[in-house]
Design a binder for this molecule. Structure first.
Ligand code: ATP
Ligand code: MG
Length: 442
């Protein structure tokens, strides 16, 4: 079939977020912005496209992301190799160095938006997905490490999620990791014959990954392997202990998972993941850790740092499994009208009502009052305002309270203030609303 006749669809693994779904996204984003602000994080926005070498250098050539998941292409105009960001951290650090943001003080920054990985699409795993990315740059910890974890515990509380559990580990320093790696390879070589093809391939390139094996026959091998935690020097151990003491102080429970590693090369010391059993195989909602070497690796003056990324699709799925009382209404006031004079008056009245702080939809196609009322009901508005010949003649609109069907006549000049008063009264009867209240908007 020629390309012209092919049905146009979104790219595989990349989702449209439809009007019915976006209320949950927007509510989550609003809660998240307030939460970030309460810890002093400010927004840093970087481009979706970066030079490929930022990621090959930053994330590491032999990681899954760089080896097989990146959307990389050559810019046809100048031959440069560019990549759609597969994660935020590298770009955030690049921007921090490029604009010298650490010259006089450390920085707490965040970003939210799409990232791209060429993975096999399945539940919880997409090719375009969204992250909330949070980075504390220039902080050596362990205070900020603990603060970031406490901060996440608070977010789960804000969202009413009580079944996300925390796993932590320490990766030590690169030297400590190298010593462990040598012993681990020697240990694994003793099991070479039992390893599958993947295991044998990773034995020398990424031996920690060999321990991830799902093969039941190899669990004893994995359990008995040298543990990175036993290779920590005094300083690394003190850092880990101090982190644990702070989590204990705050009553945050965790398990130490000695096999927890992250899929990127740049991590050291603290690593953590938040995991749930409610999402099937893709149960990791958030992953983070310390990356003290990255700023220098990318050309900056050495500076310690720690950060984490939340997978928004997974978090939303988890959140939506609970009963959400989201405000899905499109407006407060739906204006229905009939006739040329009423149509003109409707536009003016709608502007006046918006001046008073309410959200207004003016019906936009000529239809019977009946059809217009149906739309008004469907919009979730609190009021329909009706304008016809009678209303024009009297200079007063008919207000229909859509919750109980009550109707009243209100002079045009009094209409905006009257609607605000009614809405405030209705919402104080209902208790706190999840959506915009007139108090936010007036
Ligand atoms: P996984 O082990 O699930 O592949 P990861 O270690 O590759 O995750 P990170 O790079 O740490 O993930 O990204 C942070 C978060 O982004 C993850 O914890 C997860 O919630 C989410 N995430 C990662 N990959 C995807 C994807 N392809 N689709 C949707 N969400 C994802
Ligand atoms: Mg992955």
């Amino acid at each position: 079939m020629s390309d012209t006749f092919k049905k146009l669809t979104a790219v595989r693994g990349m989702n449209d977020i439809l009007p019915g779904q976006s209320a949950a996204w927007e509510t989550l984003e609003r809660l998240v912005r307030d939460w970030l602000r309460s810890y002093g994080y400010v927004n840093l926005r970087t481009p979706v496209l970066e030079h490929t070498r930022l990621f090959t250098r930053g994330i590491g050539e032999v990681t899954d992301i760089v080896e097989k998941e990146m959307y990389t292409f050559t810019d046809a105009l100048n031959g440069e190799s560019l990549t759609l960001r597969p994660e935020f951290t590298a770009g955030m650090v690049r921007a921090t160095i490029e604009h010298n943001l650490l010259y006089d003080r450390p920085r707490r920054v965040f970003a939210m938006g799409p990232v791209f990985r060429h993975e096999r699409p399945q539940r919880g795993r997409y090719r375009q997905f969204h992250q909330i990315d949070v980075e504390a740059l220039g902080y050596a910890g362990p205070d900020v490490d603990a603060e970031q974890i406490l901060m996440l515990a608070r977010l789960w509380r804000i969202l009413g999620l009580n079944d996300i559990r925390l796993e932590i580990n320490s990766l030590g320093t690169p030297t400590e990791r190298a010593a462990h790696r040598e012993d681990l390879i020697a240990y694994l070589e003793g099991f070479k014959d039992q390893l599958d093809e993947d295991g044998r391939r990773r034995l020398y390139s990424n031996p920690l990954r060999v321990l991830d094996t799902k093969n039941p026959a190899l669990q004893a091998m994995a359990e008995g392997a040298p543990r990175l935690l036993d290779y920590l020097g005094d300083e690394s151990q003190a850092h880990f202990d101090a982190l644990r003491a702070r989590l204990d102080d705050a009553g945050v429970s965790y398990t130490i998972n000695p096999r927890l590693v992250r899929g990127l090369d740049y991590y050291n010391l603290t690593v953590f993941e938040w995991v749930t059993d409610r999402l099937g195989a893709q149960g990791t909602v958030c992953g983070g850790g310390r990356y003290d070497g990255l700023v220098e690796l990318l050309g900056g003056k050495p500076a310690p740092a720690i950060g984490f990324a939340i997978g928004v699709e997974r978090l939303l799925e988890l959140w939506q499994q609970q009963e959400l009382a989201l405000d899905a209404s499109e407006c407060d006031v739906y204006l229905v009208h009939q006739g040329e004079g009423a149509a003109r008056q409707a536009l003016q009245l709608a502007e006046a009502i918006r001046d008073a702080g309410l959200d207004v939809i003016v019906h936009a196609v000529t239809q019977s009052f009946k059809a217009q009322f149906k739309r008004a009901d469907g919009s979730g508005a609190s009021f329909a305002v009706i304008l016809g010949d009678n209303e024009l003649a009297e200079g007063a609109a008919t207000v229909k309270h859509l919750a109980d069907g009550r109707q009243e006549s209100v002079a045009f000049a009094q209409l905006p203030a009257h609607l605000v008063t009614c809405l405030v009264a209705a919402e104080s009867n209902e208790g706190p609303a999840t959506g915009n209240t007139p108090a936010d908007s007036v």
